[in-house]
Design a protein around this ligand. Structure first.
Ligand code: CP
Ligand code: NVA
Length: 343
């Protein structure tokens, strides 16, 4: 396996073994962090993290993981760079690659991060696009594996807007890890035929299934994990709230829906989540459409079935693993990793 110098743009770019290795490395880093063991392997490196959309978890995970590995980190906020307005993606990529050892990008079209990766001769990491959210899926599978002690044979059901970026990456990761994947949502928000066609043969090879349905009874006694996400993603027009609420209300994750799943089922959410009225967006939606809770009820969110904060923490450990593996030069030898004195 060789990760050195590679980009991390989508789950489907990596083999089953490579993804498992990334998860194993993340577990190692989590242990090191808990043991307060120094792992500043890259004091000579710097990274740029470029955000064209807002973020809490992803930004902070890249920053903390970067600092923990000993690196310098520059954050460029949604208005803080010239990219797209005054400078092309290709030029931005070539400039940043001269200054930094790795570049994270969060934004809109997948083509942007693909183009950055094409022109930057340092690793580019996808921190979310309209198409996928691969570091999220990695963190989620670390969390599911920690909880159940294994992955293969489990059933993960994504309930809601099943054609969004998070759902796409979860479908790909499920197929790779031998986890049965259920996309349960309204017909109008089905995953694309293209993503299904890419994941289906991988699932078959790994003895698991992909099911796309609008019928929530599919969850009955079957799902080990129920996952949902916001009904309107970053960058989508707020005018769409009305039609989304109409379409997705039957798929709200409430206790009735949770009870359809196995007794041992857990609840996951990439966050941020609209489970109460403690945000300005939730209050606006309440005023316009009368909803107190959206994709998940507060009861489920706060229940002991919910492992959402473990999930949030694991973003950092998995992102650290991705950065470490793509920045670590194996020609320095395996031995040198343990011999190299961090920091
Ligand atoms: N889950 C996630 O990506 O969260 P942020 O938008 O806060 O980064
Ligand atoms: N689907 C959501 C995920 C946020 C982490 C969005 O794109 O806004």
């Amino acid at each position: 396996m060789n990760f050195y110098g590679r980009d991390f743009l989508r789950i489907l770019d990596f083999s089953e073994e490579e993804l498992k290795y990334m998860l194993a490395m993340a577990r190692k880093f989590k242990e090191m962090k808990k043991a307060k063991q120094n792992h500043k392997y890259f004091p000579e490196k710097n990274i740029a993290i470029l955000f064209e959309k807002t973020s809490t978890r992803t930004r902070c995970s890249f920053e903390v993981a970067g600092y923990d590995l000993g690196m310098g980190v520059t954050y460029l906020d949604p208005t803080g760079s010239q990219m797209g307005h005054k400078e092309s993606i290709a030029d931005t990529a070539r400039v940043l690659a001269r200054l930094y050892d790795g570049i994270e990008y969060r934004g809109f079209d997948q083509k942007i991060v693909d183009e950055l990766a094409e022109y930057a001769d340092v690793p580019v990491w996808n921190g979310l696009t309209d198409e996928c959210h691969p570091t999220q899926a990695l963190g989620d599978f670390m969390t599911i594996e920690e909880h159940f002690g294994h992955l293969k044979g489990l059933t993960l059901a994504f309930v809601g807007d099943t054609r969004n970026n998070v759902a796409n990456s979860l479908m790909a990761m499920s197929a790779k890890m031998g986890v049965n994947f259920i996309a349960c949502g309204p017909v109008g928000l089905r995953p694309s035929d293209e993503i299904i066609a890419k994941c289906q043969p991988i699932a078959e090879k790994n003895d698991c299934t992909i099911t796309v349905t609008d019928d929530i009874s599919i969850l009955d006694g079957r799902a080990d994990a129920i996952y949902t996400d916001v009904w309107l993603s970053l960058g989508e027009d707020s005018e769409k709230w009305g039609e989304r609420i109409e379409l997705l209300k039957p798929y709200q994750v409430n206790m009735d829906l949770m009870q359809r799943a196995k007794d041992t089922a857990v609840f996951l959410h990439c966050l941020p989540s609209f489970h109460d009225l403690n945000t300005s967006i939730a209050r606006d939606v309440k005023e316009k459409y009368g909803l107190d809770e959206m994709e998940v009820t507060n009861e489920v969110f706060e229940s002991d079935k919910s492992i959402v904060f473990e999930q949030a923490e694991n973003r950092m450990h998995t992102i650290k693993s991705v950065m470490f593996l793509t920045l670590w030069d194996p020609s320095l030898g395996k031995k040198s990793l343990s011999e190299k004195k961090p920091g």
